[in-house]
Design a protein around this ligand. Structure first.
Ligand SMILES: Cc1cc2nc3c(=O)[nH]c(=O)nc-3n(C[C@H](O)[C@H](O)[C@H](O)COP(=O)(O)OP(=O)(O)OC[C@H]3O[C@@H](n4cnc5c(N)ncnc54)[C@H](O)[C@@H]3O)c2cc1C
Length: 385
């Protein structure tokens, strides 16, 4: 008997659907895209995971060793597809969920008809909706303005002056990609001095250390992070990026922002002057950006690595389950409160121990919770337009 509707067939949705199946619970996963794992397939060509292969796989299926230590995009897409294979008949693609309505059973309203289910698992991801700030002058800018989510490869930027806004994980990844494979000037706009971690130090993947220290107090984790940062990139106070005032774990806890990853390319390039640094972008004009200090910076292209929203306001907004960043509760009493009523969330926490690793853990836990819960009724399609 099917009793669960999973919204989203990215890694989180697939993981929970497979875990449910392994627990003998039938589930249907709905995804608005035509293919599973669409988000990875649409990411940039040279993307490599920052988390290590053996801490990034989904429950029940390790990634093949031939993918190497730092898995590339195409291998990841292959992995996601092979992970989806055993549950293909449970995944319905091209179905957009418009709204989830509270009740017993829950009603999932989609553009292909409605579903009723005892349990709903929301697995639509933290990065559903790329956000570009509503800078004044956007319409006057004559160069190319794009979000980091739409960046694919270096070629279109060959020989151009590119400004990357935001030295977070995506901004630094893209800057490194641009630095390694093209000519032209590169400038990064910085609002808050960033923290950095390397993928590995002395050949040891740092994700393993984060996992080992995951229960330490935040202040202790911050101290460890500062030490590793100092060992890997030195004192950032002597660079135009500036020395971060907040520890990387504290910042992640407060804002959800992860430290950027630098394997010895980005910060040295800043020190060598191969990457220019300017302050916060506040406005655009026909030839570039204006920064908070009033400086005009010309740019042929502006890549806004300015973050994402979940895009869940329409789907869940009326339930009062989202925080002010639009994120549902992934842990704690509030999460338990919703789970008790049959509404579950997978994929909405991105700790330094690894987002994918956390997805796997929460998918397993959610499936067990649903299996143990009483089953008021099977899910069914109640109307088809
Ligand atoms: C550039 C980048 C690099 C990353 N690198 C790493 C890394 O190295 N290591 C790591 O651990 N994590 C990494 N992450 C974070 C995380 O692992 C990924 O974002 C991962 O894809 C999250 O999986 P997900 O299933 O939660 O979300 P997604 O992959 O975004 O999947 C969500 C799915 O839900 C569907 N959906 C959304 N809304 C609806 C709707 N209303 N109706 C129907 N379907 C809907 C979407 O079509 C999508 O297929 C990275 C993230 C980004 C953006």
């Amino acid at each position: 008997m099917t009793n669960t509707v999973v919204i989203g067939a990215g890694v989180a949705g697939l993981a929970v659907t497979r875990c449910l199946r392994d627990n003998g619970v039938e589930a249907i996963a709905l995804d608005e895209n035509a293919e599973v794992g669409h988000s990875w397939a649409s990411r940039y060509d040279n993307l490599r995971l920052n988390s290590v292969r053996w801490l990034s796989h989904m429950p029940g299926q390790p990634m093949p060793k031939r993918y190497g230590r730092w898995v590339g995009r195409d291998d990841l897409v292959e992995y996601v597809n092979s992970y989806a294979a055993p549950i293909r008949d449970q995944v319905r693609t091209g179905v957009k969920v418009l709204r989830v309505e509270r009740g017993s059973p829950w009603r999932v309203v989609t553009d292909q008809g409605d579903f009723e289910a005892a349990h709903v698992v929301v697995a639509t991801g933290l990065y559903g909706k790329p956000v570009i700030p509503d800078w004044p002058g956007r319409d006057d800018y004559r160069g190319e303005l794009l979000h980091a989510a739409d960046y694919r490869r270096t070629e279109p930027f060959e020989g151009k002056r590119v400004l990357v806004v935001g030295p977070g994980v995506s901004g630094v990844d893209i800057a490194v990609d641009l630095l390694s494979r093209r000519t032209g000037e590169l400038v990064v706009a910085v609002r808050t001095p960033p923290n950095f971690l390397p993928r590995e130090l002395y050949n040891i993947p740092l994700q393993g250390l984060s996992v080992t220290n995951r229960h330490a107090p935040t202040a202790v984790q911050d101290l460890g992070g500062r030490l590793i940062q100092w060992l890997s990139v030195g004192d950032l106070g002597d660079t135009p990026l500036g020395r971060p005032t907040e520890g990387m774990f504290s910042r992640l806890k407060r804002t959800g922002v992860n430290p950027a990853v630098d394997d010895g390319v980005f910060v040295p390039a800043v020190r060598a002057g191969r990457v220019g640094v300017v302050d916060e972008v506040v406005e655009l004009y026909d030839r570039g950006v204006v920064t908070k200090s009033g400086r005009q910076v010309e740019a042929d292209a502006v890549i806004a690595a300015t973050g994402y929203r979940t895009g869940l306001a329409d789907v869940l907004g009326q339930l009062g389950v989202l925080d002010d960043r639009g994120v549902p509760p992934q842990y704690g009493k509030e999460n338990q409160h919703w789970a008790d009523q049959g509404l579950h969330f997978v994929g909405f926490a991105s700790p330094l121990t690894g987002h994918l690793r956390e997805i796997g853990l929460i998918a397993r836990k959610t499936a067990k919770r649903i299996k143990r819960a009483p089953v008021p009724g099977a899910s069914r399609v109640v109307s088809t337009p």
